[in-house]
Design a protein around this ligand. Structure first.
Ligand code: TYD
Ligand code: MG
Length: 461
């Protein structure tokens, strides 16, 4: 009999070590190494080859291909993020904090599809049948013909799915609760999560059903379990939101069959998640347009323009090292804007605490927000309210020049639609189409904008 070898796997990063250690060498986490027995097959090494390999035919890149067949849910915000519906035979991972609404959105999508006549199986490993039924009642979806089961054994789930005859969509809530007899470690460990995912993904490929795996998120905001699950699936979606706000954003961080920069916006209501088709209105809803340091940024999320309010507060610091607190934006990028304001525009914030907030719990990663952020910081320092009918966008370089950004026309069109009349922005190329706004102010350098804001302050006094 082959000798059974024991090894230790870090539950945080998946690194393998031959002996137990208190701290993982790879990710420096404490107490994350757990013993695991190495066996051949799923979750283990390749073992001894059972048969000689066969030669597969190789082919060329061009040739007839079919578009991936998709199951369209009819929830347009969800379909937008998946790139036009769930691709048959693919596996998706949906991650998010506990209580954010993962089970809710999936139950809603499942009912939509079931009502259209698709066969949908919902396997809950976390909640009992009654709990899922109660949720369905609350959502008014009890009538939908979703096939519901509460089970955690991969073997039993696979047998059930075989018996169901080709479901279109299978939802597993959640992957951390599954366990398979093919791996020997306890449920929830890296080996089990990986082996169970592998078995479910293999089922998806074989049967042509779409599999959605729900994944928990760790304190650090990553889907718990090894990163390899993210590599194994065809798409990774994150469901996020700020605790105090009712909106939820569905974001694709990996998608083998579509774009990854699209977002879907939902609002959590007493009757489940409501799709928000015009998110700009929602994000600007609570706007206080006379506050100094508040500006509207004309942003883009994928192919859709999205207007959000950015708020800055600067105040003289009582501390040796002033505070820099950022919500919804990159703090390294804030440091850069502060340096440019200081070096090229004479706006000195070295002795001030700086707080920056993107309203509504939105997270922005576009450099196009630079100009809006610089305007908000300067206005807060000068204590002037900026024009309430203006939007701002543009990237700022280290030299202080304002650089063009993509989709300028789309940003202006959305601003005009929401009643704005003026944009502070990078210069447009000569042959750009006419803007939808009454007034566009093309800035070559950040200095021009800062000078304008400071003049306003001087006129005020
Ligand atoms: P849930 O889908 O169970 O979250 P997850 O599966 O991501 O852990 O959502 C739970 C939260 O959503 C819970 O705090 C209550 C809230 N909720 C509503 O506000 N309205 C609703 O209609 C439903 C079903 C849930
Ligand atoms: Mg849940």
């Amino acid at each position: 009999m082959a000798k059974v070898k024991s090894r230790f796997i870090c539950q945080n990063c998946g690194a393998v070590s031959n002996k137990w250690q208190g701290k993982c060498d790879s990710c420096n986490e404490w107490n994350t190494l757990i013993e695991d027995v190495e066996v051949a097959g799923i979750g283990g090494g390749p073992g001894k080859p059972l048969r000689k390999g066969r030669v597969i035919p190789l082919t060329s890149l061009d040739g007839e291909t079919d578009q991936a067949p998709r199951t369209i849910t009819g929830m347009s915000e969800l379909d937008r993020v998946t790139g036009g519906g769930f691709v048959r035979g693919s596996a998706l991972l949906l991650g998010g904090d506990p209580g954010i609404g993962k089970s809710t959105i999936l139950l809603q999508a499942a009912s939509h599809l079931a009502n259209k006549g698709h066969k949908i199986v919902y396997i809950s490993g976390e909640e009992a049948i009654d709990q899922v039924r109660l949720r369905a009642q609350r959502l008014g979806l009890s009538e939908a013909k979703v096939r519901l089961g509460a089970e955690t054994s991969v073997e039993d789930i696979l047998a059930t799915l075989e018996n169901e005859k080709d479901p279109a969509l299978v939802i597993i809530d959640s992957i951390q609760t599954l366990w398979t007899e093919q791996a020997e470690s306890a449920p929830g460990t890296v080996t089990q999560v990986r082996a169970s995912s592998q078995a479910m993904i293999r089922y998806a490929k074989k049967s042509g059903a779409t599999i959605i795996l729900v994944g928990h998120v760790t304190k650090e905001g990553q889907i718990a379990g090894p990163r390899v699950v993210e590599h194994m699936v065809d798409g990774v979606l994150y469901f996020e939101g700020e605790g105090a706000h009712q909106f939820r954003i569905l974001r694709a961080v990996k998608n083998r069959f579509g774009p990854t920069d699209e977002i879907g916006v939902f609002e959590m209501t007493g009757k489940g998640l409501r799709e928000v088709h015009n998110p700009s209105e929602l994000f600007l809803g609570e706007r206080n347009n006379t506050a100094p340091g508040a500006v509207v940024f004309a942003g883009m999320e994928g192919s859709r323009p999205l207007l959000v309010e950015i708020q800055a507060l600067v105040s003289p610091s009582q501390l040796g090292t002033p505070r820099r607190a950022v919500v919804g934006w990159d703090s390294a990028r804030l440091a850069m804007i502060l340096a440019v304001l200081d070096a090229h525009c004479g706006v000195r914030l070295g002795g001030h605490d700086v707080y920056l907030n993107v309203a509504g719990g939105m997270k922005i990663s576009e450099p196009a927000a630079d100009l809006a952020i610089a305007a908000a910081l300067t206005a807060s320092l000068a204590n002037v309210a900026l024009e309430k009918e203006a939007v701002y966008f543009g990237e700022v370089s280290l030299s202080g020049s304002v650089r063009p950004v993509s989709h300028a026309a789309g940003r202006m069109r959305e601003s005009a639609k929401l009643g704005f009349t003026k944009a502070y922005m990078p210069p447009l190329p000569e042959k750009a189409p006419k803007s939808d706004l009454d007034k566009t102010i093309a800035l070559e350098n950040l200095r021009e904008l800062v000078a304008e804001i400071l003049t306003k302050n001087a006129n005020k006094e």
